[in-house]
Ligand binder design. Structure first.
Ligand code: F6R
Length: 261
């Protein structure tokens, strides 16, 4: 995989937003897979700035959701559908009918998961999937020891993930759902380009395990090593435990600009 070390989160956001903008110029109806959480916000802000400046046209772009809480009504402010409407669709001027995501309120959750995998395939597959990473190495909400071949399904969040996400629920862990629907690791690996952004010291162990550790279910993000086009963008703090940091810096410094991410 390619590892790009950037000075800070804002620089990571600019780099990935530019890569998304280039994709949309090549393929205006590209399907962008988006994550929630704090990490991707600089990407969405940098892409929205390009839209406002007229540097990229998003009117045919399509958006696919990575994961969703089970049991939160779609209009709950912290349902990932609501978060993505606020943080991605509205700022980018993309209508809700260009959005696809799993139904976290379905009576038959398993059927909703299978339906979502079919919908992604019918949409032609995800062109670029943006990922964050959990402190435990999760991608989407594939917690440690998720099958590396898993499909979209219901997962139980670890206590650590619920603690990490309590900040979105007034700091009250009791309000954080226990269950989520997440694209499986096998589903995620079907996207044409995977871009994982990691920022802050708290992600340094997970990034080291992802990039330099063995491919192992204990670190779900290590599955990116199996993908032919995976890019990890890490700020200095998140990259601080990489043994090969200098090699990655040198490689990227000598990469021809036309190759993009
Ligand atoms: C959310 C998601 C999760 C987050 C991860 C990191 O859609 O897929 O994997 O990316 O929990 O969250 P933040 O960015 O808030 O540290």
């Amino acid at each position: 995989m390619e590892v790009v070390i950037v000075p800070d989160a804002a620089a990571g956001g600019e780099l990935i937003a530019e890569s998304m903008a280039q994709l949309l110029r090549r393929k205006p109806d590209a399907l962008l897979g988006v994550a929630t959480g704090s990490t991707p916000l600089p990407v969405y802000q940098a892409l929205a700035a390009r839209v406002r400046a007229g540097a990229v046209d998003t009117h045919r772009a399509r958006i696919a959701q990575l994961d969703e809480y089970v049991g939160l009504p779609a209009d709950h402010p912290e349902s990932y559908r609501s978060v993505l409407r606020r943080e991605v669709l509205e700022p980018l001027g993309i209508p809700m009918d260009a959005f696809t995501g799993p139904d976290g309120t379905a009576d038959d959750v398993q059927a909703a998961c299978e339906e979502y995998d079919r919908a992604l395939a019918a949409a032609g597959g995800v062109d670029l999937q943006l990922l964050g990473i959990g402190t435990d190495g999760h991608i989407g909400f594939n917690e440690p020891c998720s099958s590396l071949a898993s499909r979209t399904r219901i997962k139980t969040l670890t206590e650590q993930t619920r603690i990490d996400n309590a900040r979105f629920f007034d700091g009250d862990i009791a309000q954080v759902p226990h269950h989520v629907i997440t694209q499986g690791i096998g589903t995620i690996l079907e996207a044409r380009h995977l871009v994982l952004l990691a920022t802050g010291e708290g992600k340094a162990d997970a990034v080291a395990a992802t990039v330099e550790g063995p491919v192992a279910a204990i670190c779900p993000a290590s599955a990116l090593q199996l993908h032919p086009h995976a890019t990890v963008v890490a700020d200095e703090a998140a990259a601080s435990k990489l043994k090969l940091a200098d090699y990655f810096r040198n490689t990227y410094a000598h990469k021809p600009e036309w190759q993009g991410l």
